[in-house]
Design a protein around this ligand. Structure first.
Ligand code: LLP
Length: 463
């Protein structure tokens, strides 16, 4: 095929340095179910649809860029986690991944609890009717005002993160005449990312109290000595985007070791253990995440085995998945603008958003997939880098991907698996207006977080 047939860029075969880039997929029009929300498919015209609604209609009605969230998928994943862990365990959705009032209502209806890590996440949860006793409050630097608000509201759990905070929470609880349920977040010396974990590292971080050197044991002593606090358990969170369960195995072993020491020293068996979140999702076809029921089985067995060995009653387990619930349920819809082929390198495809709506690629070198969404194409694959419109050369949304060589300005492209840590980490860089979140369910689309407007931004600018 001649190059003129691909005005947008050179052919894959012309430019790919051997072995350096992933091979183009066999069929660029195919949508790998692993990375897309459950109701996503192509209609007869080749347009991507979600919940039966074509993205062309969504773009017309809500403009781009926009996060499109499949509500039925969110509910199904939340329910799958809930069912997998059953009634002897608790699932706390980690609100930091993405939180808004609609999400709080869905969680409430599906029987999940909620993790918050700021006073304003707490306010969002309470304003949408999440019962306070189903909320856990996290954070390494909760202010006294935040703690007071949480205790007053009656949150079910405050996760203590330092010695100073222990005293602060106890003091506030006493002032309010309450006895606050707390867990202590410990660092177990395990750091897990994707397929790797390190079992003897990483106490050098801002979260938690190290098990090492008896510091966590000392925190337990202090908490047990404070009237305003009821210690219900130990908390551990080991990392992000984890597929390999062996990190949890080491963490559970070490946490249960602490529970055993607590029993031996104080004669109390703490009734709860929280293993945190961090379970991975598929961002590209290369990722193979586990199903919630497999994760639940593995974690429950690990804890039961460790407790049996320590002759402890098995505590009630809780987990805190954020990404694994919301991540796969949304995609970002962009309109293609400038297309710039760089001879012998790749083609830069600019979209109408960028690092302001997805900072993860710039920040973590995260990998994403992308698809032409407003039509199909039989053109040759073209190696692209999808970039934003911001004044920053690191403003990359998808680093290496293939799109059809006939891609043109005005086409819609969609980046899947952007439900977690995209809207919640969005910024106003270059005074970008943060995109809306549109929830689609049963053939209906509605805005659950509206697009920011120029007036919103100017209202803050009071100079
Ligand atoms: N529990 C605790 C105590 C956490 O610190 C976190 C995440 C979670 C649960 C939820 O983790 P998840 O299941 O969503 O992985 N911004 C980063 C992720 C930061 C996660 C911080 N803590 C990213 O975009 O990958």
């Amino acid at each position: 095929m001649s190059r003129s047939a691909h005005p947008a860029g050179p052919r894959h075969a012309d430019v790919l340095p051997e072995g350096h880039f992933p091979a183009p997929p066999a069929d660029l029009n195919a949508l790998d179910a692993k990375v897309w929300a459950r109701t996503v498919e192509r209609d007869q015209d080749g347009v991507v649809t979600v919940g039966g609604i074509p993205v062309t209609r969504l773009a017309e009605e809500f403009q781009t860029p926009a996060y499109i969230l499949d509500e039925s998928d969110f509910r199904a994943r939340a329910r799958a986690w809930r069912t997998a862990f059953g009634h002897d365990a608790d699932v706390f959705y980690a609100g930091k991944a993405f939180l808004c009032r609609a999400v709080v209502r869905w969680l409430n209806e599906e029987g999940l609890n909620l993790d918050v890590c700021s006073g304003t996440e707490l306010a969002t949860a309470l304003s949408a009717g999440m019962p306070a006793e189903r909320i856990a409050f996290h954070g390494n630097n909760k202010t006294s005002a935040e703690i007071r608000r949480a205790v007053e509201a009656g949150v079910g759990r405050i996760v203590l993160d330092s010695f100073q905070e222990t005293v602060r929470v106890a003091h506030i609880a006493q002032q309010l005449g309450r006895r606050q349920k707390v867990q202590i977040r410990v660092t177990v010396g395990v750091e897990a990312h994707t397929h790797e974990f390190i079992a003897t590292a990483h106490e050098d971080q801002k979260f938690g109290i190290p098990l090492a050197g008896g510091q966590a044991a000392e925190a337990v002593r202090r908490v047990l000595g404070l009237d305003g606090l009821e210690l219900t358990g130990i908390h551990s969170h080991i990392g992000s985007q984890i597929f390999d369960m062996s990190g949890f195995e080491v963490a559970a072993h070490r946490v249960v070791g602490l529970l055993r020491d607590i029993r031996d020293e104080h004669g109390v068996e703490l009734p709860e253990i929280d293993l945190g979140g961090g379970l991975g999702i598929a961002y590209t076809s290369d990722d193979d995440p586990r199903e919630p029921h497999e994760i639940a089985k593995a974690l429950t067995e690990i804890v039961a085995r460790e407790c049996e060995a320590a002759r402890l009653r098995t505590p009630r387990i809780s987990v805190e998945p954020g990404r694994a619930i919301v991540g796969p349920t949304a995609f970002t819809l962009y309109e293609v603008g400038t297309i710039k082929p760089l001879q012998g390198l790749r083609t830069y495809v600019s979209v109408d958003g960028g690092m302001s709506d997805n900072i993860r690629t710039a920040l973590y070198d995260a990998e994403y997939s992308v698809a032409l969404a407003s039509r199909t194409s039989d053109a040759e694959p073209m190696l692209v880098r999808v970039v934003g419109k911001h004044c920053e050369s690191g403003d990359i949304v998808v680093k290496d991907a293939f799109l059809p060589g006939d891609l043109a300005p005005g086409d819609l492209i969609a980046v899947p698996a952007t439900g977690a840590y995209c809207r919640s980490m969005a910024s106003n860089y270059n005074h970008a207006l943060r995109p809306p979140v549109v929830a689609v369910s049963d053939g209906e689309a509605r805005v659950i977080v509206r697009r920011e407007t120029e007036e919103d931004l100017l209202r803050l600018d009071v100079g």
